[in-house]
Write a protein that binds this ligand. Structure first.
Ligand SMILES: *Cc1c(COP(=O)(O)O)cnc(C)c1O
Length: 489
């Protein structure tokens, strides 16, 4: 062994050991990181949480990966300046736009542990604990919606879009739709269906299929009789009705399709019935939703977003397929070995149930908060959001000049203010602009039949009565500003 080789190894070892700081350094960094987070949280309540501005975090551009490392203090300072106070603070209870997310504290602990211990979670035989944690979460959701937890399979994905992609590909494989069949294949959805599903169908090569928008009632729900008519006409024309996509809580207005009636029709014509419950799914934790929507149990696949209705951090979606074998047949790379695995105590691996092999261990960030808080806390929070929605709807009803186009089915309220000079769109654009400039609450808007409506969505775990009242204060202030003739001084 040459002395030179050993000398070189020693030289590089010294350098490479910098990647593995000692206990003292780890403690110091850990403290600083934790302090950053705690300081952030202490500052959240009632403060500005949305910044519209010309400065789009340009300072970040000065921080390409440097050759030599810099101090953690500087890194945290940059994060504070450029991430905390530019754009949207999605962890604030003032977030009432789109579909708000969450960011539960124990999820962060779960992520810290998952990342630093770097548990592998792709395959059961090397990761029995991690895979069991994810699979019991999937079975828990399955039970909630009424699937048989023994025969379904699912996957924790990065979000609802990816989960939808897995569901659509499973549908295609299970229905045996070859590329030649696509131009005759019909997909039924509505004007309210989330665009993520069309994107998913495009990704799996089904752009050339026939897309039918099922007419909706005044509350933006698919009309089953219209769906039936469309299917009849397609059959008569020699086409192949294949996939029906329903929604439990559309993103735009929070509409829930008549799931039972849609299940009936899917069964009648042998369609693959998928329900997008990314937003609304976790309301099924509450008994009255279970009673109201038994049709969810009759779907072939469903998507639900723990990073919405379960208040988890972004990056947590889930797909569940009722007949789990269909998901396995679609994604397992070695179907033969599956034959040997139909034992009770064996768990299927995420790598056989999704396109991913090595992946983030997402289970811990979902499982830890459920363990620490218990399911009852989540039910209470969802109940509170529904009650706050009632409260807000009632307040709107008491105001003059407000149009409410539909009753909230979940926790989205659409509204607009009639303008004194009849340009309602311009008036409501000014209204939302004023609210966003204040920045303590964040709401969004949508367009329905060329009319601009403002949207209030109450789903964040930090949105309580105080935040909803603050929204109404800001709305009232803006309205008065716009309605009162300009003072001449
Ligand atoms: C959010 C949402 C999606 C997309 O899910 P991501 O988690 O954002 O990828 C799909 N459908 C509905 C109804 C949604 O609310």
């Amino acid at each position: 062994m040459s002395v030179d080789l050993l000398r070189q190894i020693a030289h590089y070892e010294k350098l490479s050991r910098q990647l593995d700081p000692d206990h003292e350094q780890r403690s110091a960094w850990g403290q600083m990181g934790l302090e950053h987070v705690l300081g952030f949280l202490q500052n959240l309540k009632g403060n500005k949480m949305f910044w519209l501005g010309p400065d789009q975090a340009k300072k970040v551009l000065d921080y390409e990966p440097p050759d030599e490392g810099i101090e953690l203090e500087e890194v945290l300072q940059l994060i504070h300046e450029e991430l905390d106070e530019k754009g949207l603070k999605a962890s604030s209870g003032g977030h009432m736009a789109y579909i708000p997310g969450g960011g539960l504290f124990p999820s962060g602990l779960g992520d810290l542990i998952a990342a630093i211990c770097n548990y592998y979670s792709g395959a059961f035989y090397v990761a029995p604990g991690a895979v069991r944690i994810e699979n019991i979460l999937i079975r828990w959701v399955a039970e909630m919606i009424g699937y048989d937890p023994k025969s379904c399979q699912g996957n924790l994905s990065s979000g609802g879009s990816y989960a939808g992609l897995i569901a659509m590909h499973t549908a295609r494989e299970s229905l045996n739709i070859s590329s030649r069949d696509i131009p005759q294949t019909v997909i039924y959805l509505s004007q309210q269906t989330h665009h993520a599903l069309e994107k998913a169908l495009k990704v799996i090569g089904m752009k050339e299929a026939v897309y039918r928008r099922v007419p909706m009632d005044a509350d933006f729900r698919m009309i089953p009789a219209e769906l039936d008519k469309l299917i009849q006409a397609d059959l008569a024309a020699g086409l192949t009705p294949a996939i029906l996509i329903g929604s439990m809580g559309t993103t735009d207005v929070g509409a829930v399709d008549p799931l039972d009636a849609l299940a009936e029709i899917s069964e009648k014509y042998g369609l693959w019935f998928h329900v997008d419950a990314a937003y609304g799914g976790f309301f099924m934790l509450l008994d009255e939703f279970k009673q109201k929507y038994p049709g969810l149990a009759r779907t072939d696949s469903m998507v639900i977003d723990p990073h919405k209705g379960l208040f988890m951090p972004w990056g947590t979606g889930m797909v569940v397929v009722r007949e789990g074998k269909k998901l396995l047949n679609t994604f397992a790379s070695d179907a033969a070995y599956l034959q040997d695995l139909i034992e009770d105590d064996v768990e299927y691996s995420p790598s056989d149930l999704s396109p991913e092999l090595t992946r983030h261990f997402r289970g811990l960030r979902v499982w830890m908060p459920l363990q620490l808080f218990g399911v009852s806390s989540f039910k209470a929070a969802l109940r509170e959001k529904l009650l706050l929605t009632q409260y807000a709807f009632h307040r709107f009803q008491q105001m003059d000049g407000i149009e409410l186009p539909l009753q909230p089915q979940l926790t989205v309220i659409l509204f607009r203010n009639f303008s004194p000079d009849s340009d309602n769109n311009a008036f409501n654009q000014k209204l939302i602009k004023g609210i966003l400039e204040d920045g303590r609450v964040f709401i969004s808007s949508t367009k329905i039949n060329e009319k601009i409506y403002l949207r209030l969505t109450i789903l964040h775990f930090r949105t309580h009565l105080e935040e909803v009242r603050l929204f109404f204060d800001l709305l009232e202030t803006q309205r008065q500003k716009l309605l009162r003739p300009k003072n001449v001084d």
